[in-house]
Design a binder for this molecule. Structure first.
Ligand code: GAR
Length: 211
């Protein structure tokens, strides 16, 4: 990945993979604009859905936006080949899954060891793995009756939500919470904070190792 690396040796090129609203993408864009992600340089936003609002957010921030519509691809390999082409073209060095609702194959993931990071809306190892994504995670947390949930940022490996944890933050469940209310609180209090912070940490370490 990033065959020649980043042009500026103190920054690392980051591609963000999305599928929906992109509030986590927005949190990273805002932190970057505020000068809090000095080791990151966004080189691409890639959406698996052509109507994802995250694409509008990317364009508004001046980041190159691409769609690889999963439904129009011939299969998983075709989908991943198209994503890989963009990653190579934009010389991405780190990939962030920010509300990316597609599973990546073992082959894809193994090509980027400890270079793909994901935000998950629960405290792993609770409410995670295959089938746990988006609102479903909060529905299950409420059904179980946990009093504390939260968010996790982790490296992606071949096990769904199974890679090394980078950062976690706990969030209280309130009496009368709905999945939607809980999702918003987890985003506001945890995801939008720990994802940009974890990204900066990963990029800073890569930049330091390079120099
Ligand atoms: C976020 O809550 C994110 O943690 C979750 O989807 C939402 C996307 O929101 N991701 C997963 O569940 C992945 N397993 P966003 O598009 O507004 O960032």
């Amino acid at each position: 990945m990033g065959d020649k690396g980043s042009e500026k040796s103190n920054t690392v090129k980051v591609a963000v993979l999305v599928s929906g609203g992109g509030t986590n993408l927005q949190a990273m864009i805002d932190q970057h604009a505020a000068g809090k992600l000095p080791s990151c340089e966004f080189c691409a936003v890639i959406s698996s859905k052509k109507d994802a609002y995250a694409l509008t957010r990317a364009k508004a921030a001046g980041i190159k936006a691409y769609t690889v519509d999963k439904k129009s691809c011939a299969g998983q390999k075709d989908f991943e080949d198209k994503i890989t082409d963009i990653l190579k073209k934009t010389r991405a060095e780190v990939i962030v899954l920010a509300g990316f609702m597609c599973i990546l194959s073992e082959e894809f993931v193994k090509a980027y060891p400890e270079r793909i990071i994901n935000v998950h809306p629960a405290l792993i190892p609770s409410f995670c793995g295959k089938g746990y994504y988006g609102l479903k995670v909060h529905e299950e947390a409420l059904k179980y009756g946990v009093k504390v949930t939260g968010a996790t940022v982790h490296f992606v490996n071949e096990i769904p939500d199974g890679g090394r944890i980078i950062e976690q933050k706990a969030v209280r469940v309130h009496e009368g919470d709905t999945p939607e209310k809980l999702q918003k609180r987890v985003m506001r209090q945890a995801e939008w904070k720990i994802l940009p912070a974890a990204l900066e940490k990963v990029c800073r370490e890569i930049a330091e190792r390079r120099n």
